[in-house]
Design a protein around this ligand. Sequence first.
Ligand SMILES: [Zn+2]
Length: 267
Amino acid sequence: MDHRTIWIVYAAVFGLLIGSFLNVVISRLAVVDWRERGSLGGRSACPNCGHHITWYENIPLLSWLALRGRCRGCQQRISLQYPLVEAGTSLAWLAVALAADSVADLVTGVIFLTLLIPISVIDLKLRIIPDELNTAIIWLGFACSLGFGPRPRFLGHQWWWVEVLASALGASIFLLLPYLLTKRGGMGFGDVKLVLGLGAFLGAPVAVGLFAGFLAGLVPSIYLIATRGLAKGRKSAIPFGPFLAMGGAFGWFFGPQILDAYLRIGA
Ligand SMILES: [Zn+2]
C-alpha cells in the first residue's frame, strides 16, 4: 500500500473510534435538564437493564452487528443511532482524508465534520443544539481559520482574517431574518449560533453552504405543507440544524470551487 492509501485507511478506522465517542457525547449532552447530565467518564451501561457493556460489546460497528442490534443482558433493541453515527463519522473522516490537500486542511476538516455530527443528531432528537457544541464550533472554527488561514482567500493575502470575520458575522446576521419570521417553529437561536460557527470554519464559501442547507431544508418543508396544508405544515416544522450542518459539510467540500466559478462568471 502506498502512503496515501495507508492515510485513508487510518482515517476511516480512527473515524469509527471517534464515532463511538460521539455516541457517548450525544447521550450525555442530549438531556434537557443539565442536572441529569453525566460526565464523559464512567462505564457505559444498557439504559434498559443496567447491564454493564464490556469492551468486546463496545467495538464500533462490529459489536452492534455481532449482537444483531440487541442488548446481551435483556435483548432490548439498541438504537440504530449507534452504528449510524459510527459509520457516518468514519465516512466523514474518509471523505476528508480523500479531499484534503494539506495537513491543515485535514485537521480543520475532521474537526469541522466531527462537530457537525452530534449537533445534527441532538437537534433531530430534541430540537435543540446544546450550547457546548455551538461554543466549540464557533471557537474552534475561528482558531482553525485564523491559525491556519482559510482555504481559499478571496480577499487576497493581507485581508483574509477580515474575510473570515465578515463571512461568519454576515452568515449569522443573514439567518436572523428567517429566525425572527419562524420563531414559533422551525429556526431557533441555536441555528443562528451554528451558522456563526459554519462561517468561522468556511470563510466566504459559507454562502454556498447556506444556499445548499436552505435548499435541502426546503424539500421536507414543502412536502409537509403539501401533505398537511399550509397552517399545519408550518407548525410541524422540522429541525433546521441538520440541514444547516449538511450545507456546511457541502460547503467544506465544494464551496471554494463553486464560489470561485461563480465569481469568475460575474467578473
Ligand atoms: Zn439491557
